[in-house]
Design a protein around this ligand. Structure first.
Ligand SMILES: NC(=O)c1ccc[n+]([C@@H]2O[C@H](COP(=O)([O-])OP(=O)(O)OC[C@H]3O[C@@H](n4cnc5c(N)ncnc54)[C@H](O)[C@@H]3O)[C@@H](O)[C@H]2O)c1
Length: 259
């Protein structure tokens, strides 16, 4: 499309699939080299690995690193994999699961822990790993943390998810305060319902009555696609947002602020 991210290297967790894949594709189209860091190599819906798709369809270089964001060494390895392309400039802490969909009184400790380990601790320590490297490189950088509209409002039946996503928003503000003096910006993004395996399989919304109702209530009269998330991430990764940090951006067609 253009070259907003020329010369930059991005590490994106959970980029094998869904939103992370959409972000990887848009970053690559803008000239960034990509490290896909995920527990699985293949897209959950179409099966094709993101790094192969990126190399086939753009001029960018891409690699896959097996990474579990609940494991610190694994996160550091993912960040280190960016050295192959000149070192990390952008970190996207995107990996996440929807977790238990039940009343708060039914949630088991272990399922709560698993959700928090991935969706909140994974973001915290992914930010930390990237920030250490960016500070060492004296290069500044942009860190983009994946939250959700659930980080702004209290949705029923997904209390662990909401807890983590609210945490991601406030953590990102606090990290921005710590890291600004090093030229590192930290922002969070907050998608509404986006068409991915999560909304098609794990918590079916797209194509359901609930999805249709959300569409009708959304000012822009549609639900989202991963490219919508990728476009906002391009802005946050690029110099276009050079004075933007500690910001949280809704990507929901206007639903949250008009409901
Ligand atoms: N789809 C939506 O409507 C929506 C809305 C708001 C926020 N989000 C957020 O977007 C992010 C991506 O979700 P998605 O909708 O693309 O779902 P998805 O299931 O398509 O993608 C999630 C990816 O994360 C990976 N992953 C899961 N656990 C991991 C771990 N421990 N370590 C590394 N990778 C791991 C999966 O393998 C998968 O590739 C999540 O943080 C989710 O909460 C999604």
């Amino acid at each position: 499309m253009s070259d907003l991210l020329n010369g930059k290297t991005a590490v994106i967790t959970g980029a094998a699939s869904g939103n992370g894949r959409g972000i990887a594709r848009r970053f690559a189209e803008e000239g960034a080299d990509i490290v896909v860091a995920d527990i699985q190599e293949s897209d959950r819906l179409d099966g094709r690995p993101t790094h192969e798709m990126v190399e086939a369809e753009t001029d960018a270089r891409a690699t896959f690193v097996q990474c579990d964001v609940t494991d610190l060494d694994s996160l550091h390895e993912a960040v280190g994999a960016a050295d192959e392309f000149g070192g990390i400039d952008v970190m996207v802490n995107n990996a996440g699961i929807v977790g238990p969909q039940k009343l708060i009184t039914e949630v088991e400790y272990d399922e709560y822990r698993q959700l928090m380990d991935i969706n909140l601790d994974g973001v915290y320590f992914g930010t930390q790993a990237a920030a250490k490297e960016m500070i060492d490189r004296e290069s500044g950088g942009s860190i983009i943390n994946m939250s959700s509209t659930a980080g702004f409002e209290g949705n029923p039946m997904i209390t662990p998810y909401s807890t983590a996503k609210g945490g991601v928003r406030l953590f990102s503000y606090a990290a921005a305060a710590d890291l600004g003096e090093y030229g590192i910006r930290v922002n969070s993004v907050h998608p509404g319902a986006i068409e991915t395996a999560m909304t098609k399989e794990d918590m079916p919304t797209i194509g359901t009555e609930q999805g249709d109702q959300m569409t009708a209530e959304t000012p822009l009269r549609r639900l989202g696609v991963p490219e919508d998330v990728g476009n906002v991430a391009v802005f946050l990764a690029s110099e276009l947002s050079s004075f933007v940090t500690a910001e949280s951006i809704l990507i929901d067609g206007g639903l949250t602020n008009t409901a």
